[in-house]
Structure formats: C-alpha cells, structure tokens
Ligand binder design. Sequence first.
Ligand code: NAD
Length: 230
Amino acid sequence: MKRIVVFTGAGISAESGIKTFRDSDGLWENYAVEDVATPQAWYKNPEMVLEFYNQRRKQIIQATPNAAHKALVELEKEFDVTIITQNIDDLHERAGSSHIVHLHGEIMKSRSTINASLIYALQSDCILIGDKCEKGSQLRPHIVWFGEAVPMMEEAISITQGADIFIIIGTSLAVYPAASLIQFTKANATTILVDPNADAQQLPDYFTVVAQNATEGVPLIVNKILKAYV
Ligand code: NAD
C-alpha cells in the first residue's frame, strides 16, 4: 500500500473560520506572539496566556471541519495516510482522519508544568489558574510555544522519509523546525503544495503547485490521486 504523508498548517482550517497566524500584520488574533505563545509570556503573565488559549479553544469548538479536512479522509480507503499537522485544533480528528501527529500540541489537552509527560484531555473549555495536575502543579495548555523543543519532530521526520506522496497544505513554511520536514522526502516521492499564496513559499522546482484555497484544491488533488493510483 502506498504511503501518503500530508503536512498541514493553519491555512487548511482558515475556511472553517479559524484565522491563520500571519493574517494581520504578524499579530495572532490581535496579540503579539511573544505575549501569548512563549515560555517567557507564561512566566510573566500566566493569566493572560491561559485566557488567550481559552478564547482560541472556544472558537475551535464552534468551528467544523471543512471540505479539505474531509477530502483527506477519503484517501484512507486506498492508502496508508498520516497527517502531520502544525495546527493545534482538532479538525482533522473531527473530520475522521485516523493517524495524526500534532507537531505543535493540541489545544483540547492540558499538561503539567512540573512533568511534561502528564497530559490530560480537557473536560471543559477552560484552563484556569489553580487547575492542577496529579502532582499538584499548575496546568498549562498542551502547546509547543515558540522557543520550546518540538518533541514529535523525530517521529515526523521518520514518517516523512517513508512517504511515496507528500502533500503540503496551507502553511507559510516559516516556523522551524517544522518547515524543515520538506527536506526529508525521498528523492522519488511525488510532492504537492496546496496554498493560494504558493509563490511566497520558494519551494524546490519538483513540487507540483496548486495555488488554490484548501477547500477547492484539496478535493481536486485527492480525486486526481485516487484516479491515478487506484
Ligand atoms: P501561517 O499563518 O504562517 O501560514 C498560513 C498559510 O496558509 C499561508 O501560507 C497562507 O497562504 C495559507 N492559507 C491562507 N488561507 C488559506 C486557505 N483558505 N487554504 C489554504 N491555504 C491558505 O501558518 P503556519 O505555517 O501553520 O504557522 C503558524 C503556527 O501558528 C502553527 O505552527 C500553528 O501552531 C499556529 N496556529 C495554529 C492554528 C490552528 O490550529 N488552526 C491557527 C493559527 C496559528
């Protein structure tokens, strides 16, 4: 069975109503990244950081998977598919994809500030000051902040190395080390990018570029792949 690896970013969830990261002059939903998505922000103002992610979580719960998330599920009928996502939302899960690696964490989970292996599925839409892990330490969002290590990176590299078809959707490829994944594809892998601003990506020539929104471009390429390989 051929292996397909799909590498997604904020752009795949844009048409579900979740803003991408670089929509508004480098601000994320009107916040400077360093104020809400860094370890320094957490030490300085944990209330603000929790509130930022509580708001994002509420938006994500209201959102629904779009045609792009759903089209990727179709590929599973014929291929061994893994999705490596930079997104913290759970729209791939809710669309029905089976194998998902979250490089930058998951907003629907919390984790201990004293032991990073203590990770919990959230039972409500908020994490508050005073919410504690089983060891008695404050809980934080299960998110990889800027400046933190990306624990899933090695696994993501190894999955990418096994891809016969590698599809990138809706990422500016500006956030490292995640963006470096594209260097790990096999020489003979079929490589495809779906992004309306594909020109800005400066990808190697061997990528097939589909310069469309995800909800148009992804169903299109999924159909093409199913026709070509099945
Ligand atoms: P980015 O904001 O840097 O880039 C978004 C990319 O999506 C751009 O290349 C843009 O052209 C493209 N895009 C915009 N609308 C699109 C559409 N309708 N269809 C397809 N593509 C579209 O996002 P990034 O590269 O993923 O990096 C942002 C970081 O911020 C991520 O690592 C992520 O953790 C975090 N983030 C996550 C979410 C989420 O979970 N949905 C949302 C915002 C930010």
